[in-house]
Design a protein around this ligand. Structure first.
Ligand code: MG
Length: 361
């Protein structure tokens, strides 16, 4: 029986994780549950799974014991707050199934150093990074030459700059292939998400940015590709369904039956094309911040969280998401990352600057 501490249990990834635990009750149990607030959804999960620990972020700081009993810490929380939980789980010496992108985007250096020091394993949950993990034989190292991340291109892949200026939050929330939480769905529409995933790949697989490339693949069947020096390329294929990478993170290194198998005869054609970075400036901003390193990616992320919230609330336009991020990156000086506090301070300043910018629009 694998005991799982699930952080972000009421969100999109969290509820799908609970579904898998429900499906294999003799294999998995939920020994600790965490969510943002004491909601009816959290109460229902607690009643069903009888965890030893139930934590809501609204209550105050998480107790030191939260991860003490688990065999696997599953970090499914979204946003910057996920980083502190990831670091806590690593410090507790637990393997971490990581679905929180911000942990590696804002805190990649801290997470990587802590995991090495505590010898804590990190199992990627994001579909692209799980695909790479699988193509490498469920490892995070290998003699590969390049990583190709696939991108659906989001709902606005073919839109002109004029059309992009007029899209609404409702339009952005209609993703063509994936069903996900709101923040990541908007980030997929701006391609910020793909920029985040390049940064995640850098930390997870220890590769330089020059060896990571993103290409558009509108069908979302090929989840990513690893290329080798001799020209061979290994990919992982599947329907766009997060249950597969989530379940693999739980069962790793084993596999258990999951969703339907690919029906190749009904798949039709698969397409690949250049990522249109010129129409989606968030992608380039993410890469710039990732290459700059230090606290720049934390500023990128903090500003993006405020900008997306403002866009979802109808307060700024779609192109102004990138403008808000760009402003914060240009105004907040980078500093070295020595401890969590450095990243938290960059995040705080980015949010403050982004709010000021949004209010001035
Ligand atoms: Mg992804």
């Amino acid at each position: 029986m694998k005991k799982i501490a699930l952080v972000g249990c009421t969100g999109s990834i969290g509820t799908q994780t609970a579904d898998i635990v429900r499906r294999y009750p003799d294999r998995f149990s939920l020994c600790a549950l965490a969510a943002r607030r004491r909601s009816p959804a959290l109460a229902r999960l607690a009643e069903e799974f009888h965890p030893k620990q139930v934590y809501a972020a609204d209550d105050g700081p998480m107790s030191e014991e939260f991860f003490s009993e688990c065999d696997l810490a599953f970090i499914a929380a979204s946003g910057f707050s996920g980083l502190s939980y990831t670091l806590k789980a690593i410090e507790a010496g637990k393997p971490v199934a990581l679905a929180n992108k911000e942990s590696l985007v804002a805190g990649g250096q801290l997470v990587t150093e802590a995991a090495a020091r505590r010898n804590a394993e990190i199992i990627p949950v994001d579909s692209e990074h799980s695909a790479i993990f699988q193509a490498l034989g469920m490892k995070r190292t290998g003699a590969f030459s390049r990583i190709i991340l696939t991108a659906s291109g989001g709902p606005f892949r073919t839109f002109s700059a004029e059309q992009l200026a007029r899209v609404t939050a409702a339009d952005a929330l209609r993703h063509p292939t994936w069903k996900m939480g709101k923040k990541v769905t908007v980030d997929s529409a701006t391609l910020l998400n793909k920029g985040y995933e390049v940064i995640e790949a850098k930390w997870l697989y220890g590769v330089d940015f020059s060896r990571i490339k993103a290409v558009v693949h509108p069908e979302s069947i090929v989840h990513s590709v690893v290329c080798f020096e001799d020209g061979a390329a290994l990919a992982q294929l599947g329907y766009p369904d997060m249950r597969v990478p989530i379940q693999l993170a739980l069962t790793y290194p084993e596999r258990l039956p999951c969703e339907r198998e690919l029906d190749f005869e009904s798949l039709g054609s698969l397409h690949f094309e250049r990522l249109p970075a010129e129409r989606f400036p968030c992608y380039g901003l993410a890469l710039e911040a990732g290459r700059a390193g230090k606290t720049a990616p934390a500023v990128l992320n903090g500003a993006a969280e405020i900008a997306v919230e403002a866009f979802l609330g109808g307060r700024i336009s779609f192109p102004q998401i990138a403008d808000t991020i760009k402003d914060a990156l240009s105004r907040i000086p980078m500093s070295e990352v020595r401890a969590y506090g450095d990243v938290a301070e960059a995040d705080r300043r980015a949010r403050e600057e982004a709010k000021r910018y949004v209010n001035g629009l």
